[in-house]
Design a protein. Structure first.
Lengths: 327, 327
């Protein structure tokens, strides 16, 4: 990733799970990194996430929806990773306006700031397969009509499509990756509101019983965070795939129960039980879902490289060392 | 439309083009109508629009994004027409945050208010074919992937999908109609920012030269506003089509140049000239586009009944009588 050496890079949401892993890699690569983060605890922001690079990044604690602030920050940047956002589907149903602010207003603010201040920057957005809603066929392809089934999915869809519009209408070089069940170090694992993966990992590590909703046979694809960081960097560096959107996804779909069994074999602790869906989760559940990343693979060669066993082992190791900062 | 007699109905954006025509029809039908309108002149709000019923409606001038206000207004209503919004594609590119407020926050506010106060109301949303973006084939069907090409299209898409989510997750009985080039009395015709139809009508009536962008052969479907009001009322009264979205559309696609010729034959004044697209409009132009309304027709029997000649004649007659309030 020589493209990033010596480059100025802005990461919104850089204290969060994906953003902090990306920031660490970029600093290692020799980039000059600025992080903008609102330090909203519901977003997974955690100062400890950037502990390895805390003296090497410019850290701005501020509102990603503050256009004046963001206009100042996008100036002179070569790359912008537009990652700030809420990730909780459940919370988006409880407080849809908070989700709207972070997932619709915030990404639009970055684009509008770039329109005014810096049309040369490459902007990479972190979309989500949640925007598809219930899959019409599997694996999910980018050609499926987007039919989000929760407020978070609607808002992330809007956030993504602003990027497409700003490319087409203003020539700003954008790209969106649709992320899928990312896991790994630096994820919020305190509670289950940001998805089951981090929560399951913590439950297993503390020796608790994991509740698997449904029948446990629903299929999912998983991406280890290092593979996602690879994808984001590749996306930002590739000028042949502008104004477009691409699924990420796991190499193989895995039944949820299998995921849990692999996890428990690594932790050597914890247990699981198959239980019926609670009503509020059933309302936004989508059954089996996994994506094809063939479009992104054929454009860039990217594919996930870290196996589930290896990724979970690294993740468990990380939280064992630093659990005081995450439990 | 006996379903509406004696019913309490809320119309957001009821001073605007579609909302005021709907309000007049509902009052004639014997409904008890409350209008909420922010009186934002960029939205086409015009007090004269409700002149025929001004003593027969409850008029609330207020912000459709004010959740406390809207919570009070949705209580006890049988039907809610969620029409408040910005309609200018050009303005949405110039001030995307204003468009976001009216097209994303406002419709979500109505839904969230209903979730808290009144889950029994039927909610009808006015979507737009603009959310499709450039057609992949013609006529446009509801199965086409939504690929909006301007900020207004993205925002209207989000506004619509909240309705789908609130139906599925909260059981609120919603429906969205995707409107297409509606024209008729009470449309804003002062400037061209809200679409070409009203602007062309005024230009013809004042004897000016109409500029037709492109080659004039781009096809469009048109709906006279009375047909759209029919569709909205039918949509609200039909409990078998919940949580779904339907195209409206004209009976036959018409080249833009033909539309102008019909118009000029009715006004007996004005002229036209074919001119190249200005850059800012070319960026969001989508060529020929017309929709199929077969899905809505097969669900409800609706079809447009007013011919272009008849609709334009009634429209020109209206503005001739009341032009002081619209020019």
């Amino acid at each position: 990733m020589d493209e990033y050496r010596g480059q100025k890079v802005l990461i919104t949401g850089g204290l969060g799970f994906i953003g902090s892993n990306l920031a660490i890699r970029l600093v290692q690569t020799g980039a000059s990194v600025t992080i903008l983060d609102s330090f909203d605890p519901t977003c997974g922001a955690n100062y400890f996430n950037i502990e390895p690079i805390r003296n090497d990044v410019e850290m701005v604690e501020g509102d990603s929806c503050d256009l004046a602030l963001v206009r100042g920050l996008v100036r002179g940047k070569g790359y912008i990773f537009n990652l700030a956002g809420h990730v909780s589907h459940i919370e988006s149903m409880e407080d849809p306006f908070a989700d709207l602010q972070m997932n619709v207003v915030a990404p639009l603010t970055v684009l509008e700031a770039s329109k005014h201040e810096n049309r040369e920057a490459r902007i990479v957005y972190s979309g989500t397969r949640q925007a598809y809603g219930r899959p019409e066929s599997l694996p999910l392809l980018e050609t499926q009509v987007l039919k989000p089934i929760d407020v978070n999915g609607v808002n992330k869809l809007a956030g993504e499509w602003y990027h497409m519009v700003y490319y087409r209408a203003h020539g700003i070089r954008t790209i969106s990756l649709r992320l899928v069940n990312t896991y790994g170090p630096r994820q919020l694992v305190k509670h289950a509101k940001q998805g089951f993966v981090g929560w399951f990992i913590k439950q297993a590590m503390v020796g608790a019983e994991i509740q698997v909703f449904g029948d446990g046979q629903q299929l999912r694809g998983f991406n280890y965070v290092d593979d996602v960081v690879d994808a984001l960097l590749i996306a930002g560096a590739n000028d042949s795939i502008l104004g477009d959107y691409f699924n990420l996804g796991g190499a193989d779909p895995i039944p949820l129960e299998t995921f849990v069994k692999v996890l428990l074999s690594i932790t050597g602790r914890g247990s699981y039980r198959i239980v019926p869906f609670p009503a509020e989760r059933r309302a936004i559940d989508i059954g089996s879902v996994y994506t094809s990343f063939a479009k992104f693979n054929s454009a860039t060669g990217w594919m996930p490289r870290v196996s589930l066993e290896e990724g979970l082992a690294r993740t468990v190791d990380y939280y064992q060392r630093y659990q005081a900062h995450y439990w």
